[in-house]
Design a protein around this ligand. Structure first.
Ligand code: ZN
Length: 198
């Protein structure tokens, strides 16, 4: 039976790097940042290495976490999003700033970030309660421009609300009307003040 699980190992970088080649040969991939090095492998491909893998790293005082695949990024979500949401003019509206951008400048953002889903049970619980099948569920995906996406990073909270509102077309109509009303109001006040002077 398929057991869709990924491992993330974190620990001392020099220890992890030592095993890099060995595990790459077995199909593990490695992503690196400042604090952790991580090996990933869908274990349904080979069970044999599983125990050896865990044992080896635990012995070296590394932290080994099992992450169900549905809480990790898949490789098809971007394509899937564009396929499910074709745009007649090839442009997409960023849900965070409302700007319209050509497809090549649009990133597909996970409302509940993959990073949070991998690490925290709070995020996983949220995914479950919202009825999403995975972190790559279409309902968890929104278009965002590069600038907003990088600003959002791994934030949730208010960003989640902004994303949910921003994907409703009526929201940007309300914003537009609101901006216009504000402009009229300011102009009226300027004229009014001017009128008082003369
Ligand atoms: Zn934006």
């Amino acid at each position: 039976m398929e057991k869709p699980i990924l491992y993330r190992v974190s620990g001392r970088k020099d220890i992890l790097m030592r095993y890099r080649g060995e595990f790459a040969k077995e199909g593990y991939s490695l992503t690196e940042n400042t604090y952790t090095v991580r090996f990933e492998k869908p274990v349904y491909k080979a069970y044999t290495a599983e125990d050896r893998f865990i044992r080896k790293f635990r012995k070296k005082k590394c932290k080994v976490e099992k992450i169900p695949l549905r809480y990790t990024r898949n490789t098809t979500y971007r394509r899937a999003y564009f396929k499910a949401h074709p745009s007649p003019d090839g442009k997409y509206r960023c849900v965070y700033c409302g700007g319209r951008f050509p497809k090549k400048d649009i990133t597909i953002d996970h409302l509940i970030p993959v990073n949070a889903a991998e690490r925290s049970w709070v995020a996983r619980d949220r995914i479950k309660r919202l009825g999403y099948s995975s972190v790559n569920d279409m309902d968890n995906l929104v278009p965002a421009c590069r600038y907003c996406n990088s600003r959002k990073g791994t934030h949730m909270g208010l960003w989640l609300m902004r994303g949910r509102l921003g994907r409703k077309p009526w929201f940007w109509k309300v914003v537009k009307v609101g901006r216009f009303a504000m402009m009229v109001f300011v102009m009226f006040m300027i004229f009014y003040a001017f009128d008082l002077y003369i």
